[in-house]
Design a protein around this ligand. Structure first.
Ligand code: UDP
Ligand code: MN
Length: 260
């Protein structure tokens, strides 16, 4: 039986949310033995996401936790000011540990599972999931279109990660984007306190988790020794609503009962 891939995705309500989730879910449908943990940044589960998941055809868990207001980016704040999706990823880690504890060693053996943090706007190659599936501790690979670079990646010598190719602060403990690593569930369960630190300095969020799990020597390079880009840190443009707003003023805006 194939190791399960638990994919953790924070998501929040905005105009493009359903489009993002559609693109993502239709990628995941091609991946065997994938369990999607979708965590809404919301005070309660929303009907849009609940209905979406129910008809997705995926195996999933639907969680939610609202990011506290003081931790949330405000309109006009620069994007780098506060990390996004932190509480949601931690909530998924909590659920994984609780679920494993409740199974009490019965359920599927955790050594047969890997955890990946997949933001809802990135682009994922199917090959990426097969690269990460047999992760022993922490596996790593390049990420395209990130950090103001064509790609960032771990640099591998003699099968080991020796440093990181990045344009910014290469001295960070793990200068790796969220999309650039996966962790074995066994390792997460063996380190019950390991989680993301929302107060971590900008660019140190990934390090805040990984520091408590692994050393650079312990990283497992994938994607042909980190020479292939299989995931892209794409970002979706915010749709313009100029005409919609004009029509709404005239009382003839698009039917609000139609879900977009
Ligand atoms: N996100 C969230 N709440 C927010 C903003 C973002 O849950 O208020 C989620 C978002 O849906 C995505 C992840 O957090 O899955 C990372 O956010 P984003 O893609 O905006 O970050 P960036 O691409 O700028 O790193
Ligand atoms: Mn993003």
């Amino acid at each position: 039986v194939l190791p399960t891939i638990y994919v953790i995705t924070p998501t929040y309500a905005r105009l493009v949310q359903k489009a993002e989730l559609t693109r993502l879910s239709q990628t995941f449908l091609h991946v065997p033995q994938l369990h999607w943990i979708l965590v809404e940044d919301a005070p309660s589960p929303t009907p849009l996401v609940r209905d979406f998941l129910a008809s997705s055809g995926l195996t999933y868990t639907h969680l939610h936790v609202l990011t506290p207001k003081d931790k949330k980016l405000q309109e006009g704040d620069p994007g780098w000011l506060k990390p996004r999706g932190v509480e949601q990823r931690n909530e998924a880690l909590r659920w994984l540990r609780e679920t494993a504890a409740a199974a009490g060693g019965k359920g599927p053996p955790p050594e047969n599972a890997v955890v990946y943090f997949a933001d809802d706007d990135n682009t994922y190659s199917l090959q990426l999931f097969e690269e990460m599936r047999y992760t022993q501790r922490v596996s790593v690979w390049p990420v395209g279109l990130v950090g103001g670079m064509r790609f960032e990646r771990p640099v591998v010598q003699d099968g080991k990660v020796v440093r990181f190719h990045t344009g910014w602060r290469p001295g960070r403990p793990f200068p790796i984007d969220m999309a650039g690593f996966a962790v074995s569930l066994k390792l997460l369960l063996a380190n019950p306190k390991a989680r993301f630190d929302g107060d971590a300095q900008m660019g140190f969020l990934e390090s805040s988790l990984l520091q408590n799990l692994v050393t650079i020597e312990g990283l497992e390079p994938k994607a042909d020794m980190c020479t292939k880009v299989l995931v892209w840190h794409t970002r979706t443009e915010k749709p313009k609503m100029k005409r919609e707003e004009a029509l709404v003023k005239q009382g003839i805006g698009s039917d609000p009962n139609v879900e977009v």
